[in-house]
Write a protein that binds this ligand. Structure first.
Ligand SMILES: [Zn+2]
Length: 397
């Protein structure tokens, strides 16, 4: 942590947010943080050099009128959740590299999870489709993210026993609550759930409470200050870096190549912006694709009769499957007999998540106006049941 002049995250005094003191684990060859309930660090104490064990040098940032503790977030979901906790758990379940082997999957379990992942059709807004667990070490952060938010609660109950699955659900619910403004009134509950997950981690995975696991107890404070997790993570920076890398056409003089490409693209963006200004940009917009299929563009999401894009919640709290889209409205089937996916630690319906049997038989159509579309679902099928989980960024208050 050169920028704040403090020691590294995996040193004994490594927590940026609290005064917990880690212990070196000879079993895991890293520092672990068994204590989750320690006093918070404060800006005043940082500036008064109270944290002598932690400070390595003065930082020029001290000259700025900022909070030296609160203004340095640790809850970047890309690194903390997706490439952090979710990756650690999935690799651990597959390979059994936790010291407690009760959570290890058999080889045929791993194969079945892979088969499920390869059949999942994620909505058009999620550009990367899922790969199998055999390619886990090549998964991008966004694949761990899709698994965590949209697939884990569908497939994990088939391969985990009750204890570890219910433990995982406290992480799932805690992080989901931190991921949408819609749940901001229950952030206290989220904190309790995440604290439970961290404090009971050793029951199923050994005393492997690394900095990433420990930091989960600090994320609700940051969500209160900065907003839902997806509003201050590093995905936009990683995406931009990816675009910049793709601009390179040869191995020499990379910086000047990138400068040229950026200048060119700047011109393109300006011309696109001026064109966009002249176009009406009122959503929803009805579009027709090359297969003559109508698509409704709501700005943040699209609805069409493609299998992965055709389920949404109405403002009357009805789940609808698109049957037909016209220029005036949507004709759709109402999904009947929905129930909770899980009941503990809270009912899944509190988080707008439901399941139902695959719908058969004669169904009557309803007419839904575009104004009555509330948010979109990610829908997956497992064992003849349909699972409805809100596409998070479409879920607004
Ligand atoms: Zn801490």
């Amino acid at each position: 942590m050169v920028y704040t002049g403090v020691c590294n995250f995996n040193s004994r005094h490594g927590c940026l947010k609290c005064t917990t003191v880690g212990e070196y684990s000879h079993q895991y060859h890293t520092v672990v943080f068994p204590n989750s309930r320690c006093p918070k660090r404060t800006n005043e104490e940082f500036r008064n050099k109270k944290y002598r064990d932690r400070l390595k040098s003065d930082t020029p940032l001290l000259k700025l009128p900022i909070d030296m503790i609160e203004d340095f977030p640790i809850s970047d979901s890309l690194h903390l959740i997706d490439l952090g906790v979710m990756k650690r758990l999935l690799v651990g379940w597959r390979d059994g590299n936790f010291k407690n082997l009760t959570t290890k999957w058999r080889a045929d379990d791993t194969l079945k999870v892979t088969q499920f992942l390869l059949t999942c059709k994620l909505p058009s807004e999620i550009h990367r489709s899922m790969r199998g667990l055999d390619e886990l070490h090549h998964w991008k952060a966004s694949e761990f993210r899709s698994f965590f938010y949209y697939l884990s609660i569908v497939i994990l109950p088939d391969f985990m026993s009750k204890g570890p699955y219910e433990h995982f659900l406290t992480l799932f619910c805690g992080v989901t609550i931190c991921s949408s403004l819609k749940y901001s009134s229950i952030l206290d509950l989220s904190h309790e759930l995440l604290l439970y997950f961290v404090e009971n981690f050793k029951t199923y995975y050994g005393n492997y409470i690394t900095s990433n696991i420990h930091n989960l107890v600090h994320i609700t404070d940051e969500v209160r200050k900065f907003g839902p997790l997806n509003t201050f993570n590093s995905y936009p920076f990683e995406n931009k870096l990816y675009c910049i890398k793709k601009m390179l056409r040869a191995g020499n003089k990379p910086l000047s190549q990138i400068a040229k490409r950026l200048t060119e693209s700047d011109w393109n963006v300006k011309s696109k912006l001026s064109k966009a200004k002249n176009e009406t940009n009122q959503y929803p917009v009805i579009k027709t694709n090359s297969k003559n299929r109508k698509i409704i563009d709501f700005g943040m999401f699209v609805i069409s009769n493609k299998i992965q894009d055709k389920y949404f919640m109405t403002t009357e709290e009805e789940i609808i499957e698109v049957a037909e889209i016209t220029d005036e409205h949507i004709k759709g089937y109402r999904i009947e007999n929905v129930s909770d996916i899980f009941e503990l630690p809270i009912k899944s319906s509190y988080l707008n998540m439901f399941k139902t049997g695959v719908q058969n038989g004669n169904r009557t159509t309803e007419i839904i106006s575009f104004n009555n579309v509330s948010y979109k679902f990610v829908v997956t099928t497992n064992k003849n049941e349909l699972y409805f989980i809100p596409l998070l960024h479409t879920l607004i208050i």
